[in-house]
Structures are given as structure tokens and as C-alpha cells.
Design a protein around this ligand. Structure first.
Ligand SMILES: *Cc1c(COP(=O)(O)O)cnc(C)c1O
Length: 486
């Protein structure tokens, strides 16, 4: 039986490999599969990260065999993260922080983007696709670098990344411009992120896939990005247990800095698979569409977009929420109706029943820029723990959750980036002064806190930029064609 179908229609079902290659369903929906299996928790918790990953992947990658799954895991998680356990848990006060940023680009997206290329390569073989897969990605900073790092030198795949030439940080720009690999290309665009995103979609539509290439995408609507994120929820629970912070079967809360709802949805899936999760805490910055949605049942994207100091969560249309809606009602027509309303009016309201079932599982809250900085400082002073701005948003909402005495279980805060990726805001939070140069700021932050700078970020200032081209918006298409001709 083929398990995957669109959130908006279940008349056509496909295998995991096809879903990974397609990315988005033909009707604009996202791929979903039934969640009716449970893992054996005790057994699962005794496994290594890699073996936990294997157990999860076997449940979701229905047409991958054991050997293929093991090979993907080995390629993705051997020697690529700077700690052996991949996602280490650090106790902070009564609770804990799960550090998801130990991969090559120092953001949590590495956990999924280190393995997605291997899933794709395997999927391509299974579906007898002979053309090269060409990944086009528009990025506002983190995704582009993590995707290139994952796809660099992966056989049969090419990746091209567009970033707004004046819209990313120095560190992010340098990370992308120094990317190695013979199958990668990255270019700055004279426009903003929306221009990049819109034009990439236009290129997809006008070029279609041909005999020579098949276009695909690496953004977070792909099930190949969602599935790897389920693993670290189990890993976190296992590490809590090992540290004696909880007893087996004791419920915990997870607090997640949320943008596109991918990370926290993986937590929802972990709960369905039997992980004892009490509440999933959905934390937003000032773009708090989700806070409002979870509290009122009304999703309303008619509001001003705000640029904040947690930029990876600056988002108004949270794509993966569509999957939650499906799981809450299991009714494709209903989901399609909500999504039509969203695209027509930028708003929809879910039924009272749906709202209450969402509230049973999710708590939501927001944190503004000033509170973010205060949290970084307070946490550093009280617990000697340095966190980035995104993590601080989740930490702040966790404090609200606890102050409201929602429950008395332990909470695990997911940390999505190294503080050195956002040194400007982090440094300002601690000491109110900062240098003009981002690499100087990293050094200052290190001098003050003694926290180690991730090696790959430290070496950036001495690397020679390779990809320094800038194109106009209407030259973006020509850029891919030229690169493909090379
Ligand atoms: C992408 C990102 C997020 C948001 O994750 P979603 O899965 O989109 O909710 C949070 N923090 C950082 C640092 C990110 O890069």
C-alpha cells in the first residue's frame, strides 16, 4: 500500500521516494501519511542516535530497504557534526536545552539537510530517474547554506541558491560565498527575499523538468526534511532519562522556536508515535500569527511583516501548519477549504472542535525583541548559559508557561542556532556595545563568555570568497541556464 497522499485530496497515493522527489503535491497540498504505529519506547531509548533514526525512518520510508536507510544515515551523520551524540542536551536550571546546532552550518536545519540529499539520491534510483536533479533555493540566510552544505558533491544532484544581495548578515553571506563543491552555485540578487522566492517559483513553472534535468526543492515542505526531525525528540527524552532528570514514562514538555511549523510538527509526530509529551509549546516572535491562531482558532496573515532579531522566524505563512490541520480533522476537503480561504483572503477560522483539540496539545506564546535580549542576558547571568535569539524566544515563552502553572513537568527547549550566528544581537544583549564587523563581534562575544566559536564559523574570515556574482532579478533564470551549460 502506498502511504502518502496530499493534505487536500486522498484519491492518489504514492510511495515515500516519490513524495521526496515531488516535494509539494500536484494540487498544492503537502504530503501526509497515517500515524497509527507506536514505537517501543524502552527499546528506542537504549539506541544510539543513528539507530533511533533507523527505527523512525523504517516507519516512514516505506519503499526504502534497510540497507538503503542505513547508508543514508551513515553518510549524513558520520563525522559531520562536531559532537558524537549529534544533538546534546544541556541542563539549564530545572529544565534543559537541546542543542540542535552542532552541524556544519551551526543551524538546526543541518539535521535534516545533511540527510535529504541522500534520501533524494536513493529516491532517484528507486524511481529510475536518470536526469540530474536540480535544486533551486531562495534563502533569507540559513536554509541556503545548510542546503548547499548537504548537497555539495552529491552525485546526480546540482544546487543553485539565490540570496538577497543586501538582505543577509555578513556571516551568512561569507558562509555562502565560500561554499565548496563542484555542483553548487550561489548568487546574490539585486532584490529582496520575496523577489528571489517569486522568481524561483517562476523558473520552476516555465522550465518544467526536461529530459536533461528534473527540478526539485529542498525547503521544509518536503517530507524528507520533516522525518529526520522526529528523531531528536526521542534523543532528547533519552538524554533526560540518562541524566536522571526524569523517570521512564514521565511526560515532558517541548518548547520550540517556530517559523514554518516544521520543527514543532515533528514533535507532534513523535507524540503520536508514543513519546510521552505533555505539551508542545509553540513560541513566536513579533510575527505572532501562530500564537493568535492557537489561542483563537483564527489564522490571520493580514498584518505587517516585521523584521526582528530572530529573523529565521520572520514568517507570516506557516506552511507546515497545513499538515497539523489535516491530522486534526483527517478531512482533505476541509483542509482544502481552509487553504483556499487563506490564499483568497489571507485568513481562515477553524471549527470550535478543531480549536479545542489543538489547544489540548499545544500551548502558544510570543516574545518581543526586547524580551529576547533580556532573556539572553538573564539566562547567561543566572545559569552561565549562552543562547541565540531564536532559542531565547522559546525560553521566554517557557517561563510564561511555567508562571501560569500550566503543568509541573520538565520542559526541553529546542535550541535552533549557535549564538555566534547572531552575534550582533547576542552581544548587545550582554553588554550594550558592539563592533561594526561581524567577525570582530564573534571575537568579542568569545572574550566575554569563553564559549567556543564553532570551528567552521571561526575560519570564515580567512576563507576566500568563490561565489561573488550579483545578478538582477530578470537575470536569475539565465544564471541557472548558464550554470547548467558549464
Ligand atoms: C528555520 C529556523 C527556525 C524555524 O523553524 P521552523 O521549522 O520553520 O518552525 C527557527 N530557528 C532557526 C535558527 C531557524 O533557522
Amino acid at each position: 500500500m502506498k502511504p502518502y497522499h496530499s493534505t487536500r485530496s486522498n484519491s492518489n497515493t504514492i510511495d515515500a521516494s516519490q513524495a521526496i522527489l515531488n516535494g509539494l503535491a500536484y494540487d498544492g497540498g503537502l504530503y501526509v501519511c497515517p500515524l497509527n504505529e507506536k514505537v517501543n519506547l524502552k527499546e528506542m531509548l537504549s539506541y544510539s542516535y543513528q539507530k533511533k533514526a533507523e527505527t523512525i525512518f523504517k516507519l516512514f520510508l516505506n519503499d526504502f530497504n534497510e540497507e538503503e536507510i542505513q547508508k543514508c544515515i551513515q553518510n549524513a551523520y558520520t563525522g559531520t557534526f562536531d559532537v558524537e551524540m549529534i544533538t546534546p542536551l544541556v541542563p539549564v536550571g530545572d529544565d534543559a536545552v537541546l542543542e540542535l546546532f552542532h552541524g556544519p552550518t551551526s543551524a538546526f536545519k543541518d539535521v535534516a539537510l545533511q540527510i535529504l540529499p541522500h534520501f533524494m539520491q536513493t529516491a532517484k534510483k528507486k524511481q529510475n530517474i536518470e536526469q540530474d536533479i536540480v535544486i533551486l533555493t531562495a534563502t533569507s540566510g540559513d536554509t541556503g547554506k545548510a542546503a548547499m552544505e548537504g548537497f555539495a558533491d552529491v552525485e546526480g544532484c546540482k544546487i543553485f541558491v539565490y540570496y538577497p544581495a543586501n538582505g543577509v548578515s555578513e556571516v551568512q553571506k561569507r558562509q555562502m560565498q565560500t561554499q565548496k563543491g563542484k555542483n553548487v552555485g550561489v548568487v546574490g540578487v539585486e532584490g529582496n527575499f520575496d523577489d528571489c522566492q517569486r522568481t524561483v517559483k517562476e523558473i520552476f513553472m516555465s522550465e518544467k523538468s526536461s529530459n536533461e534535468v528534473m527540478y526539485s526543492s529542498a525547503n521544509s515542505i518536503n517530507i524528507g526534511r520533516l522525518i529526520p526531525q522526529i528523531v531528536y525528540y526521542f534523543e532528547a527524552y533519552g538524554q533526560m532519562l540518562e541524566k536522571g532528570m526524569i523517570q521512564i514514562d514521565e511526560p515532558v514538555n517541548f518548547s520550540v522556536p517556530t517559523g514554518n511549523f516544521g520543527n514543532i510538527l515533528a514533535g507532534y509526530i513523535a507524540k503520536q508515535l508514543g513519546l510521552p509529551i505533555a505539551k508542545l509549546i509553540c513560541a513566536s516572535n513579533e510575527n505572532h500569527v501562530l500564537t493568535e491562531f492557537i489561542q483563537t482558532g483564527v489564522y490571520d496573515a493580514n498584518r505587517e511583516f516585521k523584521k526582528t532579531n530572530s529573523p529565521s522566524m520572520d514568517i507570516l505563512i506557516s506552511s507546515n501548519l497545513e499538515r497539523l490541520l489535516y491530522y486534526m480533522c483527517q478531512d482533505c476537503e476541509q483542509v482544502a477549504d481552509y487553504m483556499n480561504q487563506l490564499s483568497r483572503n489571507k485568513t481562515y477560522e477553524v471549527s470550535e472542535a478543531m480549536k479545542s483539540s489543538i489547544q489540548e496539545i499545544f500551548y502558544s506564546g510570543m516574545c518581543n525583541e526586547q524580551e529576547t535580549c533580556e532573556m539572553i542576558k538573564a539566562c547567561y547571568e543566572k545559569y552561565d548559559y549562552l543562547m541565540d535569539t531564536h532559542t531565547a524566544v522559546a525560553y521566554k515563552v517557557t517561563q510564561d508557561f511555567k508562571n501560569q502553572k500550566m503543568n509541573s513537568y520538565k520542559t526541553i527547549v529546542l535550541s535552533t542556532a549557535s549564538p555566534y550566528k547572531f552575534s550582533e544581537a547576542v552581544l548587545e544583549s550582554l553588554c550594550n556595545h558592539s563592533s561594526e564587523n561581524e567577525f570582530e563581534r564573534m571575537k568579542q562575544l568569545h572574550e566575554i563568555t569563553g564559549v567556543k566559536i564553532p570551528e567552521k564559523l571561526a575560519e570564515l574570515s580567512s576563507l576566500q570568497p568563490i561565489h561573488t556574482n550579483i545578478v538582477k532579478i530578470d537575470e536569475m533564470k539565465e544564471y541557472v541556464k548558464r550554470k547548467l551549460g558549464e
